[in-house]
Design a protein around this ligand. Sequence first.
Ligand SMILES: *Cc1c(COP(=O)(O)O)cnc(C)c1O
Length: 378
Amino acid sequence: MECNERILLASPHMGGDERNYIDQAFDTNWVAPLGANVTGFERDICDYTHAKAATALSSGTAALHIALILAGVGRGDMVFCQDLTFSASANPIKYVGATPIFIDSEPQTWNMSPEALDRAIALYGAPKAAVFVHLYGTPARTAELMDICRAHHIVTIEDAAEALGSTDGGQSCGTMANYGALSFNGNKIVTTSGGGMLLCQDAGDAAHALKLATQAREDAPWYQHEEIGYNYRLSNICAGIGRGQMRVLEQRIAQKREIFDRYRAAFDDLPVHWAQELPGCRANRWLSVMMLDEDARVTPAQILDELERENIEGRYMWKPMHMQPVFADCAYVTAADRSVSEELFRCGVCLPSDTKMTQAQQERVIAVIRRLFSHCQP
Ligand SMILES: *Cc1c(COP(=O)(O)O)cnc(C)c1O
């Protein structure tokens, strides 16, 4: 292996069985958005997460879109959405013509702040639905968020796109709210090359999701349509990749957690901190994200520049939604008079978390960062 080979942030990591499932699809000619792999993959996900029902879709974004439709969110409705996240958490709110209001994070898990959620309800009233995220695979303060939403009859949607395999009190992320969304995009902990899954609490909802995702045909001998449908079903080929990936998911989580632990131990003496796993929670540590203390003399930009010079891929934190030009006209609510999401964005840097990265390669990453810190000390 080249000693300067590029080290990636997160890349697809096949387990070996994926091709067998794809071959089965070819052998039976189920090269379509239905077939044994699709239903098998849904079953695998239900078995693994203990979700009541799962619907395989073409993306995590599609899962969030369908969840909002099932939640009854439409034109003119208000939806509270975690501010610090990827834009795909928020875009579907616009697809259904609703208005997002962004809710700040709390500093421990970096996810939706229950205090800010309470404050937003006091300011704007209860929204139709709330979308909270388990960012980078760190479980949110789910029980607190759910209690608040339940008290105000708010439909809850968990964006668990980054959190497959993360748990809270033994429950899988994505199965605690009314609806949960998973993603199998190429950079996620397991991938189908592109895909998603909607998790529902009841079979009726899952049946409706399936209908919406397959052009909303009514049960009639001809093409009968009584609501607007979408072409959102996952292909049987992609689902085959997913079935193979599920067999190595626990192994990937162990690898991600080892990568994270190695960074944390290696930077133990530096002015940095990390997202916290709350008691009873397990984070899948999809990405290792390092937060620089306010008094660190190193910036994320310096770290990313230095990594790039060494042919190592890093990334900024997700940029908060309230700072995005496309959402400039949306309200944003914090718990107090400081913005936690802005602080996290200013001080956070995503480190290479590729499960194909060798320990020697990770040592290279660590050495580059340590060198930068030692040069920047007073
Ligand atoms: C990846 C991701 C999504 C979208 O999933 P896709 O499958 O890429 O559509 C949504 N939310 C978050 C937080 C994500 O990281």
